[in-house]
Ligand binder design. Structure first.
Ligand SMILES: [Zn+2]
Length: 259
């Protein structure tokens, strides 16, 4: 049951002591490819190094809305330099993590919006998909995507919105990234949305080290748990784990242009 983890932060500190062991266990568990996303200028080199060193790891680079305080105007220029330099590199697969986060205290919405739009522009310029972080901001994100008409679309990661919001992303050609959040018994709305989602709109993710699935409560989340997440979500969706694995694998490959 080969799987692709479309969203991790494997470069973060909680993996410093056992990153290679995690990658080895992922390989044994059938987690064939693992995306690691940049969040601010300071971690891009580390993310890219990981992609170069580990055969399973693929990189995305971007400026995350939650780290707004760390971003400087020149970081957008640095991002363009990186994208230019990696233009023909197979291991650079998207722009992300980018988006809108209105859940944080006192969000600077205009600055978040400007940063998002600048990076959507880069996605079109470099013909890359986008990996989106969206919290309490689906209406603004959907309106923005409708204006931008991206060449390559992308993923609304850790999706936990309504069915109506899901349908808007799907109409725009986006996939919905599902992971540990939906595996919790109290996630009733997620369960209802999951039952309505067409299989060709779903990709799987862990968001490791965050959003631990119910079956590993209290542990550090890890891409090696993706087969468990797949089994749990498949049961809620009313399909076999193999069907969900196959669909999400195919959807990821279509999105990233992997044969
Ligand atoms: Zn993330």
């Amino acid at each position: 049951m080969p799987l692709i983890d479309t969203h991790t932060h494997l470069d973060f500190d909680p993996f410093d002591h056992d990153r290679q062991a995690v990658l080895d266990r992922c390989q044994a568990a059938g987690v064939e490819r693992i995306l690691v996303l940049g969040v601010h200028e300071a971690n891009w080199a580390r993310v890219w190094q990981l992609a170069e060193d580990a055969p399973a790891v693929y990189a995305a680079l971007g400026l995350h809305p939650v780290f707004l305080q760390d971003h400087r105007p020149e970081h957008l220029d640095r991002l363009r330099d990186w994208l230019e330099r990696l233009r023909s590199a197979d291991k650079l697969c998207a722009i992300g993590e980018i988006g809108l986060d209105y859940y944080i205290e006192d969000p600077d919405k205009p600055r978040q919006q400007a940063l998002l739009e600048a990076q959507l522009g880069l996605a079109n310029e470099f013909e890359l998909p986008v990996l989106l972080h969206v919290r309490r901001a689906h209406a603004d994100m959907i309106a923005t995507l409708k204006r931008y008409k991206l060449k390559r679309t992308g993923i609304a990661h850790a999706f936990s919105g309504s069915w109506e919001e899901a349908r808007e992303y799907i109409k725009l050609g986006f996939k919905l990234g599902l992971g540990g959040a939906g595996t919790w018994p109290q996630a009733h709305r997620m369960h209802r949305v999951l039952q309505q989602l067409p299989l060709d709109s779903i990709v799987l993710e862990t968001d490791a080290p965050d959003i631990t699935p119910h079956s590993h409560a209290g542990e550090r989340n890890s891409p090696e748990f993706l087969p468990d997440i797949c089994r749990e979500l498949a049961e809620l969706r009313g399909v076999s784990a193999e069907e969900l694995a196959e669909a999400s694998y195919r959807n990821s490959c279509d999105l990233f242009g992997w044969a």
